[in-house]
Design a protein around this ligand. Structure first.
Ligand SMILES: Nc1ncnc2c1ncn2[C@@H]1O[C@H](COP(=O)(O)OP(=O)(O)O)[C@@H](O)[C@H]1O
Ligand SMILES: [Mg+2]
Length: 320
């Protein structure tokens, strides 16, 4: 059994307008997605801004109420608050946000910020609590003098590490990390990602790693789902997505990975332009007449893509 099974998840937001503020339409933020997260793995959820990634993440931690579908944990549907309570779900599943300056309370000291989940769930003595907080700071490479400081006294990278320390405080099974390094410089990104990987090795936690950038998740993820317009356009292992991408939208995201070596920059730009041209010319073959993402078709046991069967066959013929 997978750690988490998301089944046909839909989250619609009402759009209100007019004098009576009536519901006149809805945003299909998440429009029917399914994925399974295994214990100890990193699952990548990737797509451009507005594709429904955060809404999916928030539904999984129980911060957003789905319109439809199920999220199973230990065989129970945690979209029902009663089941979340019964399973201690809020202890087992934690979230890290992109913007640590707004997600960490600016008026609280680091000691209290990191201890907060412990106070909710662990009920330790004062001394044990302090020991645990010191241990957590050490895990993310921060000194003991951080205890008495406030969030604004740290750099962005240090604050993300504090967010990681708080998220792992209760020994969760899953951490939903929503664009955890997107606001950081490249060198600092690598540092935070390394701490996250180390924590995974030491504690066996799973991550749902949300990013708009396929470059960032390349070395993190075991499996990846590519989201567009509230649906999954392609899903597979890291090898499926990076080495055998099939959907035109996945190819476009891959071509958008920033090229770090100066020598290849020109080449990368040309490639990006070619992919963009192909996207503009052929994208309607990959979406229905209303622009909706097509149903997923299995290409292999691990790899699924949202395109017509005859296009899949054609691409596979070209491959042989
Ligand atoms: N609380 C909300 N009310 C109405 N629309 C929302 C709300 N949250 C998100 N949306 C809309 O849902 C869509 C998906 O948003 P989101 O899940 O934040 O995407 P992503 O994280 O991929 O950028 C967007 O069109 C966004 O504007
Ligand atoms: Mg988001």
């Amino acid at each position: 059994m997978s750690l988490i099974e998301v089944k046909d998840l839909e989250v619609h937001y009402p759009i209100r307008s007019g004098f009576w503020n009536r519901v006149t339409d809805e945003v299909l933020a998440v429009d029917g997605i399914s994925l399974d997260i295994e214990a100890g793995e990193t699952y990548g959820l990737v797509g451009e801004s507005g594709s429904g990634k955060s809404t999916t993440g928030k539904s999984i931690v129980g911060l957003e109420k789905p319109t439809k579908g199920q999220i199973l944990y230990k065989g129970k549907d945690i979209t029902k608050p009663r089941n979340r309570h019964e399973l201690d779900y809020n202890q087992d599943v934690q979230m890290i946000f992109q913007d640590s300056l707004s997600s960490l309370n600016p008026r609280k000291r680091i000691e209290d910020i990191i201890a907060e989940p412990l106070r909710n769930f662990a009920h330790l003595s004062k001394d044990d609590e302090k020991l645990r907080v010191l241990q957590l700071l050490d895990i993310v490479g921060l000194d003991a003098d951080a205890l008495y400081k406030y969030p604004h006294q740290f750099s962005g990278g240090q604050r993300q590490r504090i967010g990681v320390a708080r998220a792992v405080a209760t020994n969760p099974k899953l951490i939903v990390a929503d664009e955890p390094v997107s606001a950081l410089d490249l060198s600092v990104q690598a540092q935070v990602l390394n701490f996250m990987k180390k924590i995974q090795r030491d504690f066996g936690v799973s991550y749902l790693f949300i990013s708009h950038d396929l470059g960032v998740v390349r070395h993190m993820c075991d499996n990846i789902a590519i989201m567009h317009r509230g649906r999954i356009v392609e899903i597979g292992t890291r090898d499926d997505i990076y080495n055998h991408p099939m959907h035109i939208y996945t190819k476009r995201l891959l071509s958008a990975i920033p090229e770090t070596s100066v020598e290849h920059r020109e080449e990368a730009r040309e490639h990006r332009e070619a992919v963009e041209k192909e996207f503009q010319e052929n994208q309607d073959r990959y979406y229905d007449k209303d622009g909706k993402v097509l149903p997923l078709i299995a290409v292999t046991d691990t790899h699924k893509v949202a395109m017509p069967q005859d296009e899949v066959d054609e691409l596979q013929r070209e491959d042989d």
